[in-house]
Design a protein. Sequence first.
Length: 390
Amino acid sequence: MTSTAPRVLLFGTEFPPSAAGTAVYARCLALALHGCGAEVAMLTQAPAGKTFDDADLPVAVTRIPYTGNVPLRYHRSLGALRQQLQRFQPDCLWTTNGMATRVAALTTGLNCPLITCARGSDIRTRLPASNTWRHLEGLLQRRAYGRSAGIAAACNDLRSYAIARGIDGRKLFISHSAFDFDRLDGLADELADIPREPATLLTVARLTQQKRVDVLLRSVALAAGDLPDLRFVIVGDGPERSRLEALARALHIADRVRFTGSLQPFSVDLYGEYRRATAFALTSVGEGLANVFIEAGAFHLPSLGSNSGGTPEILTNNVTGYLVRPDDPQNTATRIVALMKDPDRSQKMGAAARRWVEQEFGLRALGERSLAVIRAVIAGDAVPRLETHR
């Protein structure tokens, strides 16, 4: 290893074209480290039934053949990780999601420092676990944390959660995701003619109960009395979609709501929805640090988010948007109306959100902070504490 170009193997079973938050994080981390001079290789899983093209990335990406069989996925991932460790000979291994962290726990004879992660619902559903399988996974996760030189927490809330469950706080550091402004600049011509649409609320989420899209639907129904032109765009798919579509009909707002389905990350289709929107909302509970708030800020959008989990770390109340009471449609509706009826204030909030994202969530910031951690663990030093500047 040289002092200027450590070899870093990133390993995560989620990576674009997956729209999962850990997939977006893994891509941004790879680009950020590469941009700061590290030699980076990415090991990930091939997507299920989707096309993908890694040729536009400046880092080498190795794909593990996909399988829906979870035990077989562990087996394949472990074999691929062993091969890649031998082939690439990294100075540091960094896992970017929960499954990769657990696979790393099964690896013997690791000849480099290990950095793992504590991100989103993954750690909350394994420590503690709700069933026997997740209990076993939780044991693997704890084993990986015990072996780790550093543990990347998505936000301070998850860092505190991990410490409360016995994880060594000296190893934990904050590793937010980032926004790829170069990618946005590359799509500028294709996005230029997409106009901002009035009174349009946007959410981008996997349609699961934890994301509380049902709360947003009820809030839109309440706000519609004051906002006759209000529209709600829902980007994403998941097990709750049919129930949410039925709820929109039952609330008599189906004509105001558009379900787009899942849109590929970093695409014109997805970014076009951000361009059209007036404001962004995600009222999930127990969120880590949702990448979508970063994306919304990059598009000058004010946001609504629950005063829960890591959301208050990225959404500053009355500055970049509004924090609302969790699971409170009336409080959320009041804030929707406030955003839509005061365009000057909304634009100021959107501008503040853009400045905040540029300052704290660009690839350069992520790369420099991450490289500082990598250099510390390679040297055998303590992990530096990395905080945002508010």
